[in-house]
Design a protein around this ligand. Structure first.
Ligand code: ADP
Ligand code: MG
Length: 372
């Protein structure tokens, strides 16, 4: 897969392309961290026509899917899509309104205790005890889950090593960075050796370096243990790199479910061209749409256009020529393969990153020093 970039104003392109602003999503699947799953693996999770209503409001609306043993399965969607509600139902934390969920062969509604024994859960909010040390936080959970003393010691030592916190074992949790706390919670969720691991937005709010560290840790853990992972995220690059399959959820409904490759292949047009023009004429969008191979054009304000095309190089040439002829002054142009962002737009008619800008307007900016 090819991804090339012609850039005359690098800062500009980064500002306008939220999906690549963190610098890790271009050509993301080339750096894929997921392993293969046997086609005949049994189901670890089966969700059938599940519904959650709060009064008149339907938070999860008739969703069905199955997750295979050993799979990393992603629930991808904007804030309010119903991801946490789904996880809470699957992990026995809230009652199901209608439909059913089976986890490790146990019905969530009828046999919640059996489900609880086989799962590890990392909720969306950070929940480790700030006044305890790293090791104490792990120990408390291991005791809570009745892990025998000898096994407890081994498991904690092994997990501390895996999440790279061995030298912080005696540090008070309040002194850890957000990324380290997340890693501590991942270790904590695994002290009782669960078979199925649920993680609700494990990297939200982390800087890009810490996010990649969390992905690598999850992959390393999965390589060592026989684990099925269900993860929710609103980061498309995260879903793309980490997950074997992705369910896109929007307004409580399942809108698409497949491997990242198949989802991208389902969108007409195989390349995305993002081009920034200084003085585009009023009918520029229509002119771009009329070029051979172009399947859709989005005018992203400020002279930025996002063009999906079946012929990346042909359309690029056409666009450059058209810009020269009309004097539309091409400032930047990038070409890449279809991303999950395009998949989201295709299935929902909206951009996930726009949803996130709205939802996360209050989030404090990351420390600039942490950006790669
Ligand atoms: N306890 C609740 N009572 C009423 N509405 C709720 C409750 N929990 C969640 N919701 C609503 O359900 C929808 C889905 O929420 P949630 O599952 O948290 O979404 P996500 O995790 O995808 O951001 C949202 O509109 C949210 O406001
Ligand atoms: Mg949530």
């Amino acid at each position: 897969m090819q991804s090339f970039k012609v850039q005359t104003m690098s800062e500009e392109a980064n500002k306008t392309n939220g999906n690549t602003a963190n610098g890790i999503s271009v050509g993301a699947s080339e750096l894929s961290l997921r392993g293969d799953v046997a086609a005949d693996a049994p189901n670890a999770i089966e969700v059938e026509h599940i519904v959650k209503r709060y009064g008149e409001f339907t938070a999860v609306d008739d969703i069905s899917f199955a997750v295979k043993e050993g799979e990393i399965f992603g629930l991808l969607g904007p804030n309010g899509a119903g991801k946490s509600t789904l996880i809470r139902m699957m992990t026995t934390l809230i009652p199901i309104t209608a439909g059913s969920a089976r986890v490790a062969g146990h019905d969530v509604a009828h046999d919640p205790n059996a489900v609880r024994r086989t799962i590890g859960v990392i909720p969306q909010a950070l929940t480790s005890d700030l006044d305890l040390t790293v090791e104490e936080n792990l120990n408390i959970y291991a005791k809570l889950y009745d892990v025998p003393a000898k096994r407890r010691k081994e498991a904690i030592a092994e997990l501390l090593e895996t999440v790279d916190l061995t030298k912080w074992r005696d540090a008070q949790t309040k002194t850890l960075s957000g990324g380290m706390r997340r890693r501590l919670e991942i270790a904590r969720g695994l002290v009782h050796s669960p078979k199925i691991f649920f993680l609700d937005e494990p990297t939200t709010g982390l800087d890009p370096v810490s996010r990649v560290a969390v992905w690598e840790m999850l992959t390393a853990i999965k390589a060592k243990r026989k684990l099925t992972i269900l993860i929710t995220t609103h980061y498309m690059d995260e879903a793309d790199r980490l997950c074997n399959r992705i369910a896109i959820v929007d307004h409580g409904k399942l809108v698409a479910l497949d491997t990242p490759e198949a989802l991208k292949a389902s969108v007409p047009g195989s390349n995305v061209i993002e081009a920034h023009f200084e003085h585009p004429p009023a009918d520029w969008e229509e002119r771009l749409r009329a070029l051979p191979g172009v399947t859709s054009v989005q005018n992203e304000s400020g002279g930025m256009f996002r063009v999906l095309t079946a012929n990346g190089s042909g359309t690029t040439t056409d666009m450059v020529e058209m810009a020269v002829v009309t004097g539309a002054a091409l400032k930047t142009l990038t070409v890449q393969n279809t991303t999950l962002d395009d998949v989201f737009v295709y299935y929902t008619g909206r951009q996930l990153r726009d949803e996130l800008v709205k939802a996360h307007a209050f989030v404090m900016p990351q420390s600039p020093g942490l950006r790669p």
